[in-house]
Design a protein around this ligand. Structure first.
Ligand SMILES: NC(=O)c1ccc[n+]([C@@H]2O[C@H](COP(=O)([O-])OP(=O)(O)OC[C@H]3O[C@@H](n4cnc5c(N)ncnc54)[C@H](O)[C@@H]3O)[C@@H](O)[C@H]2O)c1
Length: 406
């Protein structure tokens, strides 16, 4: 059992805190957001993450997990202080703070402020995914820890010993930091790669979904992150790729591949608009329904969600936009209030000129598409995630457009 302070009660901080508490540690979470802490103290979780509410409640009731807005309540006496605060992009795309050199910056701050205690800084990148955060934390593919102080890195590694996963201890902090950014940049590259293949597939008459399936069966390639669609979003890939590129530029290296990955991803969002224009001739006055808003299923996270850009462009073009998402409406309303938010997919379909499938929530896979077709004014569907079968859709009377498949 260790005493742990977790700084930041977001998706990462709260999941980490609840899981570490569940492993038997005594964890205090500190956040500067008073309303967040107030909600946590009254047994509520301020965002949606499957299973997290139960885990937080169980460990709070067992007095292994507590919440505060005061660093003094959390940090003194703790063996570990885990920093999991927000790292939004700066205007130039650089992360705040800067990624592969963040550890050095934290060390400098500690040295300046902390004259009494010796504290070592360890990079321990988190790889969990929203929507499966607890599962990812409890069953990681690997744990990475790196520090200029090897003993400290190994000590952090021990926190994860009960998880039975490989622990990679890197001999300096930069390597651990780079593992995180290189991993996310690689996954983003796979997505932009398959989206480029989708663009080519459309032109040559191939079906990009099957192309990806064929590629993914090759063990050297594997099937993951090869779904052609409207591109990646969320709080990690866009920021991490941009941050890595910014760091490289800072060292006078121009990362061409990373820039291509970002460019393709940006253009991919607008592909949906092109397809709508093609099917509807013009956009002004058209009623466009969006199915899904969150950047991916099983989360209410709207950070860098493609739906934001798509809705804004459609609204600016004079279309009427309506939308439904099982979890993200509240957050989306704050970002794009002009959208008409509805209660379910069928309401979205009623009288619509086109539907765009934005987020592949399971409930959209199970829709009664014959009913959807009947409800629409024009049965046009742009399937931004390729979840529907083109032949079936056409058989039902839809004008169907997928990504990389016609
Ligand atoms: N979200 C993910 O899937 C994911 C996965 C792996 C790594 N990460 C990384 O983890 C970090 C946190 O991400 P997140 O999604 O949990 O962010 P988040 O925005 O959900 O949460 C961050 C929290 O930190 C708090 N905070 C900000 N400044 C603070 C301060 N000075 N003191 C105390 N609290 C402070 C905020 O109020 C907020 O509650 C980011 O660097 C992110 O890139 C995120």
């Amino acid at each position: 059992m260790s005493k742990v302070a977790v700084i930041g009660a977001g998706y990462v901080g709260l999941t980490t805190a609840a899981c570490l508490a569940d492993l038997g540690n005594v964890v205090t979470v500190v956040d500067i957001d008073e309303s967040k802490i107030a909600r946590l103290k009254s047994n509520q979780v301020p965002f949606y993450e499957p299973g997290l509410l139960e885990l937080v409640q169980r460990n709070a009731n067992a007095e292994r997990l507590s919440f505060t807005t005061s660093y003094l309540d959390a940090v003194p006496g703790a063996e570990y202080a885990i920093i999991a605060v927000s790292t939004p992009e700066g205007e130039g795309g650089e992360a705040d703070p800067v990624p592969p050199l963040t550890g050095d910056m934290v060390s400098r701050v500690l040295k300046k402020r902390n004259t009494q205690h010796k504290a070592s800084v360890v990079s321990n990148p988190e790889f969990l995914r929203e929507g499966s955060a607890i599962q990812d934390f409890m069953h990681p593919d690997r744990v990475v820890v790196g520090s200029h102080d090897r003993e400290a890195a190994e000590k952090v590694g021990k926190l994860y010993a009960p998880l039975d996963s490989p622990i990679l201890v890197t001999p300096n902090i930069y390597t651990a930091e780079m593992v995180k950014y290189a991993s996310n940049a690689f996954l983003a590259t796979r997505i932009s790669f398959i989206n480029e293949i989708a663009r080519i597939s459309e032109r040559v008459g191939a079906d990009a979904k099957l192309v990806a399936e064929g590629m993914g069966l090759d063990k050297r390639i594997g099937p993951y992150y090869l779904d052609a669609g409207i591109g990646y979003g969320g709080s990690c890939f866009p920021k991490d790729v941009a941050a890595l590129a910014a760091v490289a530029e800072g060292f006078d290296y121009h990362p061409e591949l990373l820039h291509a990955v970002m460019d393709i991803n940006r253009d991919q969002r607008m592909l949906v608009i092109d397809k709508l224009r093609e099917c509807l001739d013009e956009l002004p006055g058209r009623i466009i329904g969006l199915l899904g808003l969150a950047f991916k299923p099983n989360t209410d996270d709207m950070r860098e969600a493609p739906s934001i850009d798509i809705a804004k462009v459609l609204l600016a073009a004079g279309a009427e936009v309506r939308a439904y998402d099982p979890a993200a409406i509240e957050r989306s309303r704050m970002l794009v209030p002009e959208v008409d938010y509805l209660m379910d997919a069928y309401e979205v379909a009623e009288g619509a000129d086109a539907i765009v499938l934005i987020t592949e929530w399971n409930e959209f896979r199970q829709l009664d598409m014959a009913r959807v077709q009947q409800l629409m004014r024009r049965p046009v569907i742009v399937d931004g995630r390729n979840i529907y079968d083109p032949e079936t859709m056409r058989g039902l009377g839809f004008t169907y457009r997928g990504i990389g498949r016609e």
